[in-house]
Design a protein around this ligand. Sequence first.
Ligand code: VGL
Ligand code: ZN
Length: 204
Amino acid sequence: MRALLLVDLQNDFMPFGALPVADGDAVVPVANELIPRFSLVVASQDWHPHDHGSFASVHPGTNPGDVIDLGGVSQVLWPDHCVQNTPGASFHAGLDIGGVDHVVRKGTDPAVDSYSAFFDNDRRRDTGLAAYLEERGAEELVIMGLATDYCVRATVLDACGLGFGVTVIEDGCRGVDVAPGDSERAFADMRSAGARVIPAAELT
Ligand code: VGL
Ligand code: ZN
């Protein structure tokens, strides 16, 4: 069975949000077109406490873009984003959320970030997503969303490592590109990990 995994289609990652991804809203129609084609659809949601350790605002003297050590893991600092129960953390209003079967929240521990929808960045905690998918017999995952170079990349690499067959919808992803080329390198990393990267039009 094949499941669709929509990564972080939340207001704060849209061009009008706190951590804007250029053209991020262009992927919402791609998601809406794919949703009815799947019997199982999961959406991840970046869901941070207001004092999350990935926020530059909680580390005096730092700015977004700085890199610090957070509990032994290298951490890029971000503007405050996707704070639990705020409009920025909500899914884009245009997303067909009625077609989503399950939401997996991540980044809830203030001490560690979670780019992947499967594991925290220190890989100590599991979100429960792998067990959820395995219980429902999902062996193949089709993955798209935001941001290509952070949460999509980490989610795809973990999915490949967990043994899922992974297809990434290239035009269903957009990246932050802190450094130019980050998204292209992220797609290359996903391919190296065994993922198939294709445009939505080629998904059969
Ligand atoms: C993300 C940076 C910080 C993402 C989440 O969804 O790619 N990026 N938090
Ligand atoms: Zn985040």
